[in-house]
Design a protein around this ligand. Sequence first.
Ligand code: ZN
Length: 121
Amino acid sequence: MFFNHLPLPIRPIALLVFRSGWKVLQENLPWLVDKMAIAPEAIQDIVMQVPGVINCHKIASRGLVGRQVFIEMHLIVEAKNVENAHKITEDVEVHLRQRFGSVRVSIHVEPITYQSDQISF
Ligand SMILES: [Zn+2]
């Protein structure tokens, strides 16, 4: 291993540089690649189980499951008024949190004519 070929006095420094480099990479890589955190199908499965949800589409997520995930979606709900519609979006957030931990959810509530089969972007 290359480490054994380094002069003894600089080994601790080399180790430190390696470790801090690794730490920076580990902390930032998921954000740098900005990869999809959760398969949109998995999110849709959960959302469609929430009472009052008629349709859920254009789902996107990023972040790291177990740490912080951001989810976006379009949602069509069966609700008499804004208050009821809002309650359903809160139920959706609770269900997603139970399954994926810390999530921040942004939901666009749409009228029924906007129903779509386009699950992701
Ligand atoms: Zn839409």
